[in-house]
Design a protein around this ligand. Structure first.
Ligand code: NAD
Length: 498
């Protein structure tokens, strides 16, 4: 059975330098003077206290962002100058990769080696991708009927409110901030209350890189206070949200009830991975395991429902369970660890309660299901078989290392099962048959389809949901367009022969 590894490193190995709100280029205490604890999920102990932003602080941050948008240099400077500053910021991030990786590790329980090799360098590349796009934003000249000259301008949408979750504190920050900066917007970002540390460090680096005061404001705080102040603010032009479907619904209502600000929502998922009889069983088992255990299952696109065709089902199940038992759970600073602790006590208890539901509702627990160690929030890789599609573990987003495994016979059955969810974020298909792959990819209602791979992301590849997984894309030029609006300009042409 999986054992807990621990190489003895503790959070004292990284010093937290930034704990205050970042508004108008300054680190400030909150108006109320209140602070909140941020917790190390390896131990459940307090790392430090962070200034707690509330409605008053969001107001001050929005005023700064509004002033920077209406009168400041950012939307007015040549886009190539914006790009230079963004490139400089990316360089500073790369120079500080170890410290930033350690901050995300102590705050979120993420694997240090993954943060260092993937999350942080990928984020600086996201900045570079959108920096490269900044001077390629343009409208069109139109062939309007009648004697007119008509063209469109692509203008920044204005002040943006970004609200992000805790599972990828760095990735989420840059998926939001990079395209909106390139577009010429100014912004207020609220990181998740569980993971404010790296966001404040990024704000510090933005200032060093030359991002003008007021353009990027970072206000940590809680959802119902600071978050709700963003979604209901009368002077924010757009809210870009990543988080749960439940909160997404509240954001949309608040936007509608306030100033009808534009909304884009990246929400939850319950993604299927469908493995056909012709798959390489060993590789498919590795993919399925990674799909659910990567980042301890705290991934919106986690392959939490795995459907396996009957011809290979028994052998697949055996391999999967063997591999799950060998999976290394432990201190996220230990390079041998493949899985760290769940982000906090709430999430830990939520995952455990779903495991109990699975058992009670009659699914078979093949492996896992227990906690590990006597401190921190570690959970064993957990696999259920005999899962019925109406069980909670087959329908709800658990957001933990819990897989629901099910056998299928025909391609029609696989399509029906895959689509039997209110979500539509992503899906994986494993087959060597091109007809099967094509049929499946067109039949599944999800925003991303991975064929013979999983978690394959790219800055230029649009990412976002169908159905209750939300709307509006992060990544790609689609994301840049979320932060732009089209203005049509028409002038008459007198005495034109055309
Ligand atoms: P959450 O919805 O609880 O919180 C997300 C953010 O919203 C946090 O910053 C939180 O403080 C804020 N918030 C909470 N209540 C609010 C309110 N009433 N008004 C405004 N803001 C509020 O989600 P979470 O637990 O932080 O993250 C997990 C969820 O995020 C999962 O459902 C996951 O699937 C989703 N997610 C989606 C994607 C994607 O790209 N689709 C990516 C990562 C995570």
């Amino acid at each position: 059975m999986t054992e807990l590894t621990n190489n003895g490193r503790d959070c004292s190995s990284v010093t937290v330098k930034f704990t205050k709100l970042f508004i108008n280029g300054q680190f400030l205490d909150s108006v109320s003077g209140k602070t909140f604890e941020t917790i190390d999920p390896r131990t459940g102990e307090v790392i430090t206290r962070i200034s707690e932003g509330t409605r008053e602080d969001i107001d001050i941050a929005v005023k700064a962002a509004r002033h920077a948008f209406d009168f400041g240099p950012w939307p007015r400077m040549p886009p190539s100058e914006r790009a230079k500053i963004m490139m400089k910021w990316a360089e500073l991030i790369d120079e500080n990769v170890e410290e930033l990786a350690a901050l995300d590790t102590i705050d979120a329980g993420k694997l240090y080696h993954m943060c260092k090799a993937v999350d942080i360098p990928t984020a600086s590349n996201t900045l570079r991708y959108y920096a490269g796009a900044a001077d390629k934003i343009h409208g069109e000249v139109l062939k309007m009927s009648g004697k007119f000259h008509a063209y469109t301008l692509m203008e920044p949408i204005g002040v943006v409110g970004h609200i992000i979750p805790w599972n990828f504190p760095t990735t989420m920050f840059f998926l939001k901030v990079s395209p909106s900066l390139a577009a010429g917007c100014t912004m207020v970002l609220k990181p998740a209350e569980q993971t404010p540390l790296s966001a404040l460090f990024y704000a510090h680096l933005a200032k060093l890189a030359g991002v003008p005061d007021g353009v990027l404001n970072v206000v940590p705080g809680f959802g119902p206070t600071a978050g709700a102040a963003i979604s209901s603010h009368m002077d924010i032009d757009k809210v870009s949200f990543t988080g749960s479907t439940e909160v997404g619904r509240e954001i949309m209502q608040a936007a509608a009830k306030s100033n009808l600000k534009q909304v884009s929502l990246e929400l939850g998922g319950k993604s299927p991975l469908i493995i056909f009889d012709d798959a390489d069983i060993d590789k498919a088992a590795d993919l399925a395991l990674l799909g659910i255990l990567f980042n301890k299952g705290e991934v919106c696109v986690a392959s939490s429902r795995v459907f396996v065709q009957e011809g290979i089902y028994n052998e697949f199940e055996k391999k999967l369970v063997e591999k799950a038992k060998a999976w290394v759970v432990g201190d996220p600073f230990d390079p041998k660890s493949q899985q760290g602790p769940q982000v906090d006590k709430n999430q830990f208890e939520k995952v455990l309660s779903y495991i109990e539901h699975g058992k009670r509702q009659g699914a078979t627990l093949l492996t896992g299901g227990k906690t590990l160690g006597n401190k921190g929030y570690y959970i064993q890789p957990t696999i259920f078989s005999d899962v019925k599609e109406d069980m909670l573990i087959a329908q709800d987003e658990i957001f933990g290392p819990v897989m629901a495994l099910k056998k299928f016979r025909t391609i029609e059955e696989a399509i029906k099962s895959a689509n039997n969810t209110r979500y539509g974020l992503a899906a994986g298909i494993v087959t060597k048959n091109i007809d099967t792959a094509n049929t499946m990819s067109r039949s599944i209602r999800a925003g991303t389809i991975w064929i013979n791979c999983y978690f394959a992301f790219g800055d230029d590849v649009p990412f976002g949901g169908y159905k209750m997984s939300g709307f509006g894309k992060d990544s790609g030029l689609d994301a840049l367009h979320k932060y732009l609006q089209v203005k049509s300009v028409v002038t008459p042409i007198y005495d034109s022969p055309w």
